[in-house]
Design a protein around this ligand. Structure first.
Ligand SMILES: *Cc1c(COP(=O)(O)O)cnc(C)c1O
Length: 360
């Protein structure tokens, strides 16, 4: 067996110990005589799995008691419609457009009400986070929406927008559990788990209880109504059982690593190794304004497309895979999620130095 250093933006690297444990428990989960994939979601064994996953996530993020945690399907993108359907009571919401995911959410919301783009960084290929200290927030906005970490462009909110008292909704798909979060700052946090937590097929919604209502938009599908899911503890229908089980194992792993503060230190260390090199290199350059740099996704370019392609090819051959940048930015992108060891980033930088020396 040989494992590569996997810099994929998503689905992405998972902790090796978690994969090993899942392999060990594949045929016989804790004496049940069956795989987690084969058991009823109404069984006692499975009930323990989902309850423990929720408890561990609550512990890690210090989620207050007046928030519900929902384990859902449909990916992060399904929430682009669920959020306006459930939260647009006045029919108005303000969106901050910092990349493609925020833009998609904004475009989807327009189907359900008046969605306003109150800020955008589209003018410079989303390479920065706009100043959000004094935005033209709509007086009747039901919420203000952000994408907290922009997976494609490699920017992140270091300071939350001033929502002028409105509820903040955040997509944290690509930086959840990478650092501590003050959940009370948000009305709703959601994340597709396949970046930093688990296998694709699970999306987790953390929502303040008073935002879970019965009088949502009349055409809201039963499955997309948060109240349905909250009233049924995410077991209205069959949940993505196996995916939730893996998320639970990852939550335990993050706890063992020391929790979110330790995770932040670990991630800052990794990011610094890569950014320090990019700042000192004559060949490789980061594409993002320094103060807005993400800890998770690091896009960079050489400025020469042929050289970029050569780098990606040689890196792949050397075991550093999935480094090709998103088509809208070009160049390269290294996603260095929680499960990426420091060694992976150190070795990547060594490889980059070597490549630079050989291709001067
Ligand atoms: C990957 C990603 C999405 C889309 O997730 P799906 O589960 O594929 O719908 C949305 N937002 C962010 C920030 C992402 O990184």
């Amino acid at each position: 067996m040989s494992r590569v250093f996997n810099f994929s933006a998503g689905p992405s690297i998972l902790p090796e110990v978690v994969l090993r444990q899942a392999a060990d428990e594949m045929l016989d989960y804790k004496g049940s005589g069956m795989s987690v994939m084969e058991m009823s979601h109404r069984s006692k064994v499975y009930d323990n799995i989902i309850k423990e996953a929720e408890k561990d996530l609550r512990d890690l993020m210090k989620i207050p008691d007046n928030y519900k945690v929902l384990f859902l399907q449909g990916g992060a993108s399904q929430q682009f419609s669920a959020i306006p359907m459930n939260l647009m009571i006045n029919g108005v919401a303000d969106y901050i457009i910092t990349g493609q995911w925020a833009k998609k959410a904004y475009e989807e919301a327009q189907k359900y009400g008046k969605a306003n783009a109150v800020a955008s960084s589209a003018d410079k290929t989303f390479s920065y986070i706009p100043d959000c200290s004094d935005l033209p927030i709509s007086p009747d906005a039901d919420y203000v929406y952000i994408c907290h970490n922009n997976t494609i462009y490699g920017t992140t909110f270091k300071e939350l927008p001033n929502t002028k008292g409105k509820i903040l909704v955040a997509d944290m798909s690509s930086d959840i559990l990478s650092q501590p979060v003050n959940v009370s700052d948000y009305g709703l946090i959601y994340f597709g788990v396949q970046k930093n937590v688990g296998p694709a097929g699970v999306v987790i919604v953390i929502i303040r209880e008073d935002l879970i209502r019965d009088d949502v938009m009349p055409l809201t599908p039963t499955m997309l109504k948060y109240k349905t899911q909250a009233d049924n503890d995410s077991l209205y229908n069959t949940p993505p059982c196996y995916g939730i089980y893996i998320c639970g194992l990852v939550f335990k792993w993050v706890k063992e690593m020391g929790g979110l503060s330790a995770m932040k230190t670990h991630n800052e260390k990794k990011a610094a190794i890569l950014y320090d090199f990019l700042d000192s290199s004559d060949m490789f350059k980061g594409t993002v304004v320094k103060k807005d740099r993400s800890l998770m996704n690091v896009p960079f370019v050489t400025g020469n497309e042929e050289l970029d392609a050569k780098f990606v090819k040689e890196a792949t051959a050397a075991g550093f895979v999935n480094l090709k940048g998103h088509r809208s930015v070009g160049g390269m992108r290294a996603s260095i999620y929680n499960a990426m060891p420091i060694e992976g980033v150190e070795k990547l930088v060594d490889f980059m130095k070597d490549f630079e020396a050989k291709n001067k």
